[in-house]
Design a protein around this ligand. Sequence first.
Ligand code: 6PG
Length: 246
Amino acid sequence: MDYPGRKIWIADREKLLDLFVRTWGSLSQEAIGARGRFTAALSGGKTPVPFYQRVAEFPDSFPWGKTHIFLVDERWVPPDHPDSNYRLVQENLLSRAAIPPENIHPIPVSEGSPESAAHRYEETLKKFFQLSAPGEFPELDLIVLGMGEDGHIASLFPGHPALLENQNLAIAVRRDGITPDRITLTLPVINRGKHILWVVTGKEKAAVLKRILEDKERTLPASRVVPGRGNFVFLLDQEAGAQLSW
Ligand code: 6PG
């Protein structure tokens, strides 16, 4: 987990919000300057909500027309369900910013099965990023991650075989006796992100963060986020960082 692109910020909530929006702003400016568009994949969960709301406050002159939003993961529920990540992102960012509807790329949950939805999302990604050769993966400009108290990221849970997926871009995740099923981007996609912003707040995450950052427990899904060339920035509040010794 130690490599040049990694940076860890431990700060109060306001400073984290500021870092998040400033990073989003500069990455999008850079990406649009270089490639004409900015691509971001967003996680669900409660933690990023105020961050998305803050990004939505960018002025209308912000290049929303060149901003494309994907989802890191989704639950197998209708898009208007309270557990839907699309709904969360829609309410807190998309409905508040002038992002054209065609620039929003939700994980399709309205028909078929989680497996067919994962396949369709993979096709969406391949088409958008013009990938044709087997083994090619997209390089998103920004990937926003959260983390569960068990060390999961996206919908990649400890001990689940989905963690080992190295061919597909998106896969279905079913867990015995646990609903809803999920669909998630896979580690090869996450690890090819040009910039990963990992937002972790609250004292309930402190113990697992220590296991990842200090004890270097490699079995936890969060420890498997090792971007090849990208930058990897942790945004932690003081409560989440409380058990770190530095
Ligand atoms: C989701 C996620 C997931 C999330 C963590 C943390 O949709 O649930 O993408 O990986 O980031 O579960 O969730 P909280 O922010 O609610 O603690």
